[in-house]
Design a protein around this ligand. Sequence first.
Ligand SMILES: [Zn+2]
Length: 220
Amino acid sequence: MIISTDLRLPSTEYFNAPQKKDLIVLHHTVGGSAKSTFAYWRTDPEHIGTAYIVERDGTIFEVFPPECWAYHLGLKIGPKGVMDKRSIGIEIASEGALLERGGKYYAFGRMAEQTQFAGPRFDNKTVWRDYRYFAEYTPQAIDSVCQLVDKLLTQFSIARQTPASRLDCNLAGYRNYKGVLTHCQLRADKTDCHPGFAWDQLIASCKLKVTDAAKAAGTS
Ligand SMILES: [Zn+2]
């Protein structure tokens, strides 16, 4: 596994203060490339970002040191940033959810020539959070995510576990969760990671224990 530092945020664009990490949260970018997402973070004034962006070809970019932090969850629970601080975010470069109209597919919620999507699609067969179709994550990106998660779990001694329920939001239940989560489990308005994510591969390659969702402290 090669980790590139070619896209590196200056220390003024994240919080350059090491934290204890006990959680990894997976995202997808809803963007054109790792570079375009990085360019946005580079100029936004809000300290938004994740330590890693994984490009479609499998390249892993370490944008800032994983023990540091930036806002990546956008949660309305206090104190502000409490879960952002204790977690390591990983973004998978992807168009994300797709609109379908008349047999054509469109990214970024806009129907235009420039947003037409012709790449491999994941068909969820049923509508989930307003969408049925999603840009498929590439096998190269999935492989890199599996290797990176495995490395970080060891490096930060994070619990090797993930909830069984992958598509339901349960912020109250997960606010103290340690292990591997994805954004849509923490926010009902997010579609990352989408239902096509290779959970079985991640669980097998990182030897994750699958925890009972019902035990994740009660509320919905
Ligand atoms: Zn996200």
